[in-house]
Design a binder for this molecule. Structure first.
Ligand code: UDP
Ligand code: MG
Length: 243
C-alpha cells in the first residue's frame, strides 16, 4: 500500500498548478515515503486538466480524476477520497495558500490521532474575509457545541480508514472534523502556515458562503444531536463469521 495520497480539488487554477506541483514534489520526496498526488479537476474551464496531464506524463505518481462538470469542493474532495490508495491522506487547496512544507508535520500527528486539521493562525486573507470567518467559527462552535478554531481550513491529514464512514453532502468539507468526531475518531487541530492567493480568484464570496454554510450548520447540529450512540452489552449467539 502507498504511504500517502495527497488529494487536491482544482477548479480553474491554471496559474497556480505549475508552481504547486514542483514545490509539493520536493517536500514529498524529502519524506522518503511512497506517495501519489490525486488532482481532482472539478470541471475547470481553463487549462488545468491539460496541465495536470502534462505532470502525469512526466511522473506517474501524479493522478488526474476529472469530474464531468463543476460539482463543488466537497464533491471533488469526495471523489479524491474514493480514489486515494494511501494509508494516509492529505487534503490541500490548489491555490498555494497552504504550504506543502507543513505536510510532514501534519502526517506525523497521525501516529497519535486519526485526523490532524490545520488552523491558520496567521491568516493571509483580507480583513473582511478574516473577520467573517472568525464570526462564522464562533457561531458554528456555539451552535454545534464544537471547539474547532478554523473549520474553513481544508489543509488536513487523515488515516484513510476513517474516511470510509464519511457521508458527505455539498458544503460539508467544512464539517469533516466534526463528522469524524461524531464517529468517535480522534481529531487534533494544529497551526499551519497560510500564504496569500497570488493567482486566480477565491471561488467563494461572503454571501454564497455565509447563507449556505449556516443552513449546513443546522443540519450538522441536528445530526450530532441524533447520532446513534450505544454500546452492545451482550450478543448471545451472534455469528462469529459475520464481519
Ligand atoms: N474548488 C473546487 N471546486 C469549486 C470551488 C473550489 O474544486 O467549486 C477548489 C479550489 O480550486 C481550491 C479549493 O477548492 O483548490 C478551495 O477553494 P478557494 O481557494 O477558492 O477557497 P478559499 O481558500 O478562498 O476559501
Ligand atoms: Mg484558497
Amino acid at each position: 500500500m502507498l504511504d500517502l495520497s495527497v488529494v487536491i480539488p482544482v477548479y480553474n487554477e491554471e496559474e497556480n498548478l505549475p508552481h504547486l506541483w514542483p514545490e509539493l514534489r520536493a517536500v514529498l520526496e524529502r519524506m522518503r515515503i511512497s506517495f501519489e498526488v490525486v488532482f481532482v479537476d472539478d470541471g475547470s474551464r481553463d487549462r488545468s486538466a491539460e496541465i495536470i496531464r502534462g505532470f502525469r506524463a512526466a511522473d506517474p505518481r501524479v493522478r488526474l480524476v476529472r469530474l464531468k462538470a463543476n460539482a463543488g469542493e466537497t464533491a471533488a474532495t469526495d471523489a479524491g477520497f474514493k480514489s486515494a490508495r494511501g494509508r494516509h491522506v492529505v487534503t490541500m487547496d490548489a491555490d498555494l495558500q497552504n504550504d506543502p512544507g507543513d505536510i510532514p508535520m501534519l502526517v506525523r500527528h497521525l501516529e497519535q490521532w486519526d485526523c490532524a486539521t490545520g488552523w491558520r493562525t496567521r491568516r493571509d486573507d483580507s480583513v473582511v474575509r478574516r473577520l467573517s470567518s472568525r464570526v462564522a467559527n464562533r457561531i458554528r462552535n456555539a451552535l454545534s457545541d464544537e471547539n474547532i478554531q478554523d473549520s474553513g481550513c481544508t489543509f488536513r491529514a487523515f488515516r484513510r480508514e476513517c474516511l470510509r464512514s464519511l457521508e458527505l453532502y455539498r458544503g460539508f468539507h467544512r464539517f469533516i472534523p466534526t463528522l469524524l468526531k461524531m464517529r468517535g475518531y480522534r481529531v487534533v487541530e494544529v497551526p499551519v502556515n497560510h500564504r496569500p492567493r497570488r493567482f486566480g480568484q477565491s471561488k467563494y464570496g461572503i454571501r454564497n458562503r455565509a447563507l449556505t454554510a449556516f443552513k449546513d450548520l443546522l443540519v450538522v447540529r441536528w445530526m450530532k444531536d441524533r447520532v446513534l450512540r450505544y454500546d452492545i452489552a451482550e450478543d448471545l449467539g451472534g455469528d462469529p463469521a459475520r464481519e
